[in-house]
Design a protein around this ligand. Sequence first.
Ligand code: AMO
Length: 446
Amino acid sequence: MTERVLVKNLAALADGPVTVSGWVETVRDQKKVQFIVLRDESGAVQLVTPATRELVEDDPTSAAKLALTETISGLAHGSFVSVTGELKHDERVKLGGLEVKISSLEVLSAANPETPIAADSSLDKRQDWRFLDLRNPKQNLIFKIQTTFLHAMREYWVDNDFIEIHTPKLMASASESRAELFEVEYFDTTAYLAQSPQFFKQMAQSAGFGKIFEVGPAFRADPSFTSRHATEFTSVDSEISWIESHEDVMKLHEDLIVAGFSAVKAKHGEAIKELFDVEVTVPATPFPRIPLAEAKEIIKERGYEVPRSDDDMDPEGERQIAAYVRETYGHEFVFLTDYAASIRPFYHMRHADNPGLTNSYDLIFNGVEISTGAQREHRVDVLEAQMRDKGMEPKELDFYLDFFRYGAPSHGGFGMGLARVLMLMLHESSIREVTYLFRGPTRLAP
Ligand code: AMO
């Protein structure tokens, strides 16, 4: 048997013997000829063979031909096969202008004949059968895009001397709101699943690492069923020392987004257009920056008043400001900056001249928050005061406060939900479509 060739590489080969392996997408079993569309991780190809329906006495090869025909007639969709045959370029073949004339076919793993999902199955049903759903080229492309996006960001980090860290996901305390904590039995005590690497990425600044990143899981016991919430998600985090303000963090953030989007557009732009009907745009820098208070005024003028008394933005407000930014600047991204201290965590640095505001931002992409970033408070006395201000007891986070008792540089960073970026980039309706295996309040399997 010749060495396996990926379907995408067939076009560059001359006519001749090849072996392709993958799963059966369709079988067309005609009286005189049989066609298989075989798909692998790189594409689909048509396989063809004349059908032999009965033994021919004076043809010693007819028994083998009959066996091949019968095997193909019985092939269930989804079976994994390996096929050796003659590659033939032929413009008349709609699928890629080539086909493989089958000489031998080995069924490596036969599928059950009844496929449990169809193209029109509900999202929930497709999630039940995620491994079959992922055979769809559109789903497959999402994870190629994710790979390229993360690789480009990682390249940026590595080229710029960032250190990669892996912080523990079993924690002794909350890192964000206590309301969204998963508790885990931990020998004779209770552990919590990390909601964010927040405290430990800050620790790296006190450790003198300078610039760090982490891509890892984060857990939130959030009972909501929105299109943008999961109970477990991949968080993309970065943190840098020696900053003047959150402006430095935003600069880093937009550079990373540009690196990621440039790579995705270059490598997958055409496929994304074909399968998602979306034109990926590499955003221009600097991204628009609008202080939150100003953003609220802008959307009020557009006729929408955020119905919240707590100074925050709501999802409709995010959509409205995104529409304004698109119309005014032709941009898909906007940094909303300077959130009120009342709605930001204790660790955000407050404005020197206005303690009611923080050196923080949210990054909105196509109308949805994808990230939160901030300059952190590194002066331990101020940090303790800000904790008390929020009704927290500094003693409870003594290990964290220690990070700032032995010298710490000014620093800041951000956390970004990977699935949200992919969902908004591809104009998908839910993060469930772009998460390998989604976890939500009612989904723990597969
Ligand atoms: P925040 O809580 O805003 O900030 O989270 C940062 C980003 O993570 C994503 N995200 C989620 N994605 C899916 N499902 C969820 N339940 C979910 N919750 C959050 C969002 C969000 O913008 N420590 C800070 C970050 C920082 O300041 O560095 C934090 O975790 O895209």
